[in-house]
Structure formats: C-alpha cells, structure tokens
Design a protein around this ligand. Structure first.
Ligand SMILES: Cc1cc2nc3c(=O)[nH]c(=O)nc-3n(C[C@H](O)[C@H](O)[C@H](O)COP(=O)(O)OP(=O)(O)OC[C@H]3O[C@@H](n4cnc5c(N)ncnc54)[C@H](O)[C@@H]3O)c2cc1C
Length: 500
C-alpha cells in the first residue's frame, strides 16, 4: 500500500538520525513535512525572544534542507488536535509519523492526536530518537522505577548495551518516487512567520551567538571533533563558568531542539575516543550525555517532576515568596557582580555555563534568597536557548538540594566562587570600565551573604529533619541522616564530580 504521509516535526528538527522521517518515506506517495505552532508550547511564558529566534532559525534551516529534497516545510498554527483532523481530510492522509516525546504535555497531546488519527483511518508510527535510550526500557530494567543515582543509571545502561547507531539522512534518491504537493502560494499559506509576528517580547534580541538549525549544529559538532585532544581530555569540573568564550561545547540548544541528535553526538565522540586515552563519565563528554539520560529517566519515572508538591523525591521546603527579591535576581540587580553578570549573559545570549547555572540557582534558593526553585525554573525555561523540561527541572531539584543532591550545607559564595576562575574579574569588569559606581549606578548587595546563608542552612536542616521523620522519605534516608549529623559550612567549588 502507498501512503500519503505527514511527518510531524516537533523537537527533532533535523534530517539526520530521524528514524520516524525514514519511516514516513517508506511506501510513501505524497509527503507532507509539518510543524505546528502550538499555543500551549509557543507562548510568552515559555519563549523569550532569543529562544523564538533560535526556533525560527531551525525552521528556515529545515525548510532549506527539505527543498534540497524537492520538498517543503508546512508551518501551521493552532492546537494539534484541531489542526490534524483538517489536514487528514484535506490531504487524504493515511500515515502520520513523529519522534517520541516523553514530556507529560507531549504524551497527552500525542495520545489525543493518535486517537483522532485512528478515527480517520490514519496509521501512526513513532520512533525514539530524542534520547540515547528508550526511557521506558531503562525504568523497566530498574524494576519499574527511575534510577535515582548516576551510578545506578550507569549500571542499568551498561546492561542495555551501547546506544543505537544514528540512521543516515534521506537523500534525493530516497525521494525518487515521492513528491510534496506544494503550490505557488506556499509562503502565504504555510510559510514560516517572521520573528516580529511570533514574539510579543518588545526587548531587542541580543547578538546571535548561537544561530539555530541542523546545518549549524553539525558544523559546530565538526569543529569540536577536530580538537581530538580537547575532546579526549574534557573534564567538566575543569571548565570555567566565567570564561569570555564558552569552555564547553554549547551544543545544548541544538540537542534540545533536536537539530543535533544525541546519538550522533555520542557516536562522533566514541570515534574521537577510539585509540586515544580519554576521560570517563561522569566528567567526560560522554558523561555529560549520560547526565541527560539520567534526568530524562527521572522525569519519566517520577510524578510531578517539575514541581515540589506531589513530587515524591522532592524535599518539601518552606520557601519564602518574595517578588522583589525574585525580580532583582531575574533582572540582574542583586548587587553581586558575579550573579548579575551571569543573569545578564543569560538574558542577552541565552546560554550560560553549567557552573554559572549552579551559582545563580544556589543563590536564588537555599543559598541566599530562599525562593522556590520552581520560580528559577520558569525564568530559565524562557531565557535559555536550551530550556528543556526534564533537564531544567532535574538540575533545579539538584541545585536546590531538593532531590538527588543532599549536601545542603555546601553553599556557593556569590563572590569567591567567581574569583576562582576569573582572578582579574574580566567577566564582570565592563561595568567598572564604564564608570559604574557601586551604590550609585550599581546596587548594594540585596542580602548579607555571610549571615543569610548560615540561617538558610539551618532552615534546610529543619526541612530535612521533617523529611526524615516522614514515612515517605527518600530512598537514601540512612545516608542523608548520616551526612546531616556533621554539617559543616563549605563554600566555593564543588568538590565531588557527582555534582557535575
Ligand atoms: C539549574 C540548572 C538548570 C539547567 N537547565 C538546563 C536545560 O534547561 N537544558 C539543558 O540542556 N541543560 C540544562 N542544564 C544542564 C547544563 O547546565 C547544560 O546542559 C550545559 O551547561 C549545556 O552546555 P554545553 O552544551 O556546553 O554542555 P557540555 O558540557 O558540552 O555537555 C554536552 C551535552 O551534555 C548534556 N549535558 C551537559 N550537562 C548536563 C547536565 N548537568 N544535565 C543534563 N544534561 C547535560 C547537554 O545536552 C550538553 O549539550 C541545567 C543546569 C542547571 C544547574
């Protein structure tokens, strides 16, 4: 049987390693590559201007690649459950393909669309290619539960064997018998809307340091892979949060939007490692990709993963609600140059180093401001180019010592931490060069770190004590209790690689 097929691009904005797209081409007559601007996902709560610009870049790049295959991208607006039944009828569709997505909203959306497809006699095929492994399989292998430590995750993955190899991108030859029926009015009907039409944000976008798209993703990957020694020696704790040019790959936005397949990234690294001495997980680049798998598995196996209440692994903390302090943090007005420089970089460039994320996340939550990590999560989601539901929540849980990481008495200093890797203050000094006077042009610190972080450690201790007395405590209860007996105040850098 030959099909008229829609391939639905959501994440996975690429042609390489796209097994669902490959499946779409099988026995296909007419191919319709579709992207839906779903207002539930693409709105001003989730999308800052830099993120919008990245998405638009990805869509143009995808359309350009499809044109080379004599096809086009069809961009539609609306709720997928309204959009697809119309398309099924209009294009006489018999098959729908997409990449599997584990986010709770996506699962419920895909469930509804699948039901509608079946009602219209449309076969639905999905494939797993956003993560290295099938998360349901990981959880099954761990007796139905998400692994709660990196070591456990590693053991599970070892038993599953290496990740699958990526599948090649379709070629013109693969498209021989297939056509995409687009018309002269394609731009008007299904073109990619301009940024100004999509984004309500009136703020000017920052310099476009990381343009979106598969071509750019693969170019950047190639550039990194040329530096074999750097790749082989990579150890995350040795990289710097405040170097003026990034000290890690900045491939995260490309992996998040799926311009770069995690499996392609993994196997290119494996090629670079071959025959060379190289670093290992958790600190190596392979190790970083395994952190991603770890948080994805947790996000699939733990209910209410992105929330405190109702999340069984999350310590319940009596966070304060303080809109003024939250706004000062968000708008880089804390009076701590290191923190404010990071938040400025986040707003302008859409990417900050992992340890810079550590510094501002600790400062907002258990370190200084005592504000719920969910608030920080929202700000990051909107401003980060790599904003990812599972990774953002998982890392905020970690940094706020709400789950996975329990050494709450280790607090980053918002002053000393930055000095470690930036002795001259190059990362923060532009202000001084511009004649900026502290207390006049630049605010005084909004909290006294020396005092407040000690009080907060005590508050955290109480939350942990309550958690321990609760019947439904974390699986590491004994270990936590042991650690809590001898709390000591330690500042600055993480000493354990587990944190990275
Ligand atoms: C509070 C907080 C929130 C975060 N939110 C996000 C988010 O929304 N999206 C996101 O992609 N990362 C998030 N991270 C994780 C991490 O900071 C970024 O993945 C990393 O800094 C991206 O830069 P890179 O591509 O240069 O990383 P590299 O060091 O070059 O690592 C290669 C790849 O491994 C993955 N990776 C690296 N570190 C982590 C990690 N800790 N957890 C999961 N995956 C990782 C990413 O896909 C990354 O592209 C967050 C970290 C913190 C502390």
């Amino acid at each position: 049987m030959t099909h008229n097929c829609i391939h639905w691009f959501r994440k996975g904005l690429r042609l390489h390693d796209n097994p669902a797209l490959v499946s779409a081409l099988r026995d296909c007559k007419d191919l319709y590559p579709v992207f839906v601007l779903d207002p539930h996902l693409y709105n001003s709560d989730h999308m800052g201007i830099n993120r919008w610009r990245f998405l638009v870049g990805c869509l143009h790049d995808l359309d350009c690649s499809l044109r080379k295959l004599k096809s086009r991208l069809f961009v539609l607006r609306g709720h997928p459950e309204d959009v697809f039944p119309e398309l099924f009828k209009k294009w006489d569709v018999t098959k729908l393909t997409y990449e599997y997505d584990t986010e709770p909203y996506s699962l419920s959306r895909d469930g509804k669309v699948t039901e509608l497809a079946e009602r219209h006699g449309v076969e639905v095929v999905y494939k797993i290619s956003h993560t290295l492994y099938d998360m349901d399989r990981v959880i099954e292998e761990n007796n139905g539960k998400a692994p709660l430590t990196y070591n456990r995750m590693q053991a599970i993955l070892k038993s599953l064997g290496p990740p699958k190899k990526p599948v090649p991108a379709p070629t013109l030859e693969d498209m021989n018998e297939i056509k995409t029926p687009y018309t002269e009015n394609h731009e008007e009907e299904y073109g990619i809307p301009p940024l100004g039409e999509l984004c309500e944000d009136t703020a000017a976008p920052g310099e476009e340091k990381f343009p979106g798209g598969e071509e750019e993703a693969l170019r950047r990957l190639d550039e990194h892979m040329k530096r074999t020694a750097w790749v082989c020696k990579f150890e995350k704790p040795q990289t710097s949060p405040n170097s003026l040019s990034p000290s890690t790959t900045v491939l995260s936005p490309y992996v998040t939007f799926g311009c770069l397949s995690a499996r392609t990234f993994w196997w290119r690294l494996a090629g670079g490692y071959q025959g060379n001495k190289h670093s290992s997980p958790p600190v190596s680049l392979h190790g970083q990709l395994l952190w991603r798998e770890f948080y994805y598995a947790a996000s699939v196996g733990i209910p209410n993963f992105n929330k405190m209440v109702g999340n069984p692994v999350c310590t319940q903390v009596d966070w304060d609600s303080n809109p003024e302090l939250l706004a000062a943090w968000r708008e880089a007005r804390t009076g701590f140059p290191f923190i404010d420089a990071i938040m400025t970089q986040l707003r302008q460039e859409g990417w900050i180093h992992h340890l810079a994320r550590h510094a501002v996340a600790c400062f907002l939550t258990r370190g200084d401001l005592w504000i719920n990590w969910e608030e920080g999560q929202k700000v990051f989601e909107k401003l980060l180019l790599d904003g990812d539901w599972a990774l953002n929540a998982g890392n905020w849980l970690w940094l706020s010592a709400s789950a996975f990481f329990h050494q709450f008495f280790r607090v980053y200093s918002p002053v000393a931490f930055g000095k470690k890797t930036d002795k001259n203050g190059d990362y923060i000094n532009v202000q001084q060069a511009a004649g900026c006077i502290v207390g006049k042009d630049y605010p005084q610190p909004i909290v006294k770190h020396e005092e407040i972080h000690k009080k907060n450690i005590q508050r955290m201790k109480l939350a942990y004590a309550k958690r321990s007395s609760d019947a439904a405590v974390s699986p590491n209860k004994k270990q936590e209790e042991k650690k809590m007996k001898s709390p000591k105040v330690t500042e600055d850098l993480p000493s354990t690689v587990e944190r990275l």
